[in-house]
Design a protein around this ligand. Structure first.
Ligand code: GDP
Ligand code: GDP
Length: 438
């Protein structure tokens, strides 16, 4: 299920990031830096009443004529809007409308999404309404006075915004599993893709609405549909000369972001590299499921211990994803390639898994009985009241405790290990949210 996207538009310094943080509440924003003309884009999850959505801060929009990158900036902004269900145009109530605001407004009027004008920095109760009223002239309907810093006015803005957002229960539930194939150049990503597709006609489908150059390949196995994400990048490479250090990490990061399960492909001859560790970091941050594919296994000289030693060594180097299954394959001979999709399916199921509150609390009680929570230097002991799973993909469990600070890293890891030992969750990261309840 992918959540509806709301794009935040506006020139620099009007308070977009402040407002996004406010709308996203305590949720952490994830920053994606893309070098070059594409500015940083931040995606944050947000919810209001029964609606959930993703807020995308498009970075400061500059439409000055002397900007060399003007067409590209517009293009980027259009792309951001193309995937959005609505846009919030943020302006500065204290400066009033500027020519840049007018240029953006004119452009926004030509875009096919509903636009709400948020007049920020209107915390003054006396002047707020008048400050906002100046922005009627932008021709984008009623301006909403808000203050990103104080939070005032955001309720009205959000009430209006969610009229464009369907409730979660009405979002299309898709059964397909989105898979990203990532790894350094030459590890065999295209070969694997071909091996998957080989036996069957692949349906290549451009995805509507998102970046134009990304192409997915959809395959079906035993009634399950797998969408291999952004395989254009993998295929196109064939006719392009890339330097040896080209890694396409941003492309990989984007694919990870869209995936349910990431296939991290490693070359058996080279082993784990620093770049693989970067990818692993991102997989964990994004909470994606993962399968580690060690390719070119045909080219490795083996004796009876090799797989065992190799797996042990590789797992050590990838200990952040020690929950991920590892499989040794050869895209060249086809050895075990079909097994990969089985592991993908298992990881996807673990990623979506829901565990009942009673089971969670049984595990917690047992864990605390074996090993009681730490006591702080001041002699205060941590106490876990109860736990409950609050979301999936990845499974996230909130633990309500007397004071979260009393639980040190060791103890937190211990509890996580108990959940894994009792519940498995093979192939997926899990998140524990420690919440103080006073
Ligand atoms: P962005 O460049 O549009 O993302 O803007 P920022 O969120 O970084 O904010 C730019 C400046 O405006 C910062 O100095 C903020 O402290 C200030 N600012 C943001 N929101 C408000 C607000 O609601 N009221 C006031 N008075 N200042 C704000
Ligand atoms: P990509 O850059 O990750 O897409 O890698 P490619 O699929 O283009 O493969 C890079 C090179 O490794 C090519 O020369 C492939 O023929 C070779 N290769 C890919 N998979 C295997 C494999 O399983 N075994 C062997 N021996 N070579 C492989």
């Amino acid at each position: 299920m992918s959540l509806p996207i709301v794009a935040i538009i506006g020139r620099p310094n009007v308070g977009k990031s402040t407002l996004v943080n406010r709308l996203a509440g305590a949720h952490e924003a994830i920053v994606y830096d893309e070098p070059g003309v594409t500015r940083d884009r931040t995606y944050s999850n947000a919810y209001w009443r029964d609606r959930e959505f993703v807020v995308v801060d498009t970075g400061g929009l500059v439409f000055d004529d002397d900007t060399e990158f003007l067409p590209l900036i517009r293009e980027q902004a259009s792309l951001a809007l193309a995937e959005a269900v609505a846009a919030i145009f943020v302006v500065d109530g204290q400066t009033g409308p500027t020519p840049a605001d007018e240029a953006i407004a004119e452009w926004l009027r030509q875009q096919p999404v509903p636009v709400l004008v948020a007049v920020n920095k209107c915390e003054s109760p006396d002047q707020g309404l008048a400050q906002a009223a100046q922005f009627w002239e932008l021709g984008l309907g009623e301006p909403y006075p808000v203050s990103g810093i104080h939070g005032s006015g955001t309720g009205e803005l959000l009430d209006q915004l969610i009229t464009y957002i369907p409730p979660v229960s009405e979002l299309p539930e898709t059964d397909e599993i989105k898979v990203a194939i990532v790894g350094r150049p030459n590890v065999g990503k295209s070969s694997l893709l071909n091996a998957f597709v080989g036996t069957q006609r692949a349906i290549v489908s451009p995805i509507s609405g998102t970046t134009r150059d990304s192409i997915d390949t959809v395959i079906e196995r035993e009634g399950k549909v797998y969408r291999l994400i952004d395989t254009a990048g993998i295929r196109k490479k064939k006719n392009v000369e890339y330097g040896p250090e080209f890694f396409g990490i941003n492309r990989a990061f984007k694919a990870i972001r869209r995936a349910d399960v990431v296939l991290l492909v490693i070359d058996a001859l080279d082993g784990v590299t620093e770049q693989d560790q970067k990818l692993v970091g991102r997989i964990v941050e994004e909470g994606r499921a993962c399968v580690i594919v060690v390719n070119k296994w045909d080219a490795v000289e083996k004796d009876s211990y090799t797989i065992y030693d190799y797996e042990k060594h590789t797992k050590e180097r990838l200990h952040f994803v020690d929950w991920a299954a590892m499989i040794f394959v050869s895209a060249k001979t086809g050895q075990r390639v079909e097994k990969i999709l089985e592991l993908v399916m298992q990881a996807a199921e673990a990623h979506k898994r829901r565990v009942s509150t009673s089971v969670i609390n049984e595990i917690l009680e047992e864990a605390v009985r074996w090993h009681s929570p730490p006591t702080t230097r001041q002699g205060r002991q941590g106490k876990i009241y109860y736990g409950t799973q609050v979301s999936t993909q990845p499974p996230s469990i909130a633990l309500f405790v007397n004071e979260a600070e009393r639980f040190n890293t060791n103890y937190r890891r211990y509890i996580e290990r108990q959940f894994r030992q009792q519940l498995g969750f093979n192939g997926t990261p899990i998140r524990l949210l420690w919440r103080s309840k006073k």
